[in-house]
Design a protein around this ligand. Structure first.
Ligand SMILES: NC(=O)C1=CN([C@@H]2O[C@H](COP(=O)(O)OP(=O)(O)OC[C@H]3O[C@@H](n4cnc5c(N)ncnc54)[C@H](OP(=O)(O)O)[C@@H]3O)[C@@H](O)[C@H]2O)C=CC1
Ligand SMILES: O=C(O)C1=N[C@H](C(=O)O)C[C@H](O)C1
Length: 234
């Protein structure tokens, strides 16, 4: 496949290596100052850019009938608009806050645990995410997905907050430490014990491989999908 990389930073470059190893061609790389490019030379675009630009990048692909895989986090206020545009134009679009297989299994574990904990009111949940110091958004997109999944399964919670606790709140602590690719922990605490589940990314390769697999999967399809569709889990 001919792939366009919208965002040629840490993730863009990791995706390039994996895509080439899997036999694909990178026909376009786009960064901040690249404006007049022809997206139609790509069979699929992969957007790992920045929160303020992701929606424009995604819309441009959909308007030009180029299927688009987005991993950029921190732009979800515009997610519903992207879905509506994709439906109107009969395009193809996938967004997920985390493309790694391990995290997608972790998402399912988190939902199952939250459902079990819903009947055990002696446990209080809290979450922590740790990322590298260049990260622009907090909490991470993955932490938001995990928190929303807890809220959907556990009647004791109806909102999440960063660095704040309160009634029916899933509190999220975000830490920024040099060179950490991404660690997410969900902890349930009672007076007598604790139960934690944790996902630790050792490198960015898992995110990048998942994004390339999603790009391969979307070829020839129309619609709005998630990584659950790609991996057929959950
Ligand atoms: N869903 C997932 O599995 C994962 C998601 N992410 C998310 O992906 C995004 C990128 O992460 P990462 O690669 O680490 O970040 P980087 O900062 O390393 O890369 C972002 C790149 O986007 C470029 N950029 C700026 N403006 C535009 C634009 N208008 N169009 C295209 N590119 C642009 C930046 O260029 P310049 O430096 O010139 O400004 C930079 O090269 C983040 O939102 C992150 O949270 C990260 C890992 C996994
Ligand atoms: O910015 C990152 O690096 C990452 N961002 C994603 C997120 O916000 O959840 C996924 C991963 O944790 C790495």
């Amino acid at each position: 496949m001919n792939i366009a990389l919208l965002g040629y930073g840490k993730m863009g470059k990791t995706i390039e290596q994996i895509a080439i190893k899997r036999g694909h061609n990178i026909v376009l790389t786009v960064d901040k100052d690249d404006k007049d490019y022809d997206i139609t030379k790509a069979d699929v675009a992969i957007d790992f850019s920045i929160p303020t630009e992701a929606f424009n990048n995604i819309s441009n692909c959909i308007n030009n009938q180029v299927p688009v895989i987005s991993g950029t986090t921190g732009w979800l206020d515009n997610y519903d608009k992207a879905v509506a545009l994709c439906q109107e134009k009969k395009g193809a679009f996938i967004y997920t806050s985390n493309y790694s297989l391990g995290v997608n299994i972790f998402f399912e574990l988190n939902k199952t645990l939250a459902k079990m904990m819903s009947t055990l009111k002696q446990y209080n949940v809290s979450m922590e995410e740790i990322h590298h110091t260049q990260k622009l958004d907090a909490p991470s997109g993955t932490a938001i997905s995990l928190a929303n999944d807890i809220i959907s399964q556990h009647s004791g919670y109806d909102n999440w907050k960063l660095n704040e606790n309160g009634e029916k709140i899933v509190p999220i602590i975000a830490k920024r430490i040099e060179n950490v690719p991404g660690t997410h922990t969900v902890n349930y605490e009672s007076e007598v014990d604790s139960i934690s589940i944790e996902h630790i990314a050792h490198t960015r390769q898992g995110f990048a491989l998942g994004a390339v697999i999603a790009a391969e999967w979307i070829a020839g399809k129309t619609g709005v999908f998630t990584m659950k569709d790609v991996l057929n889990i959950g």
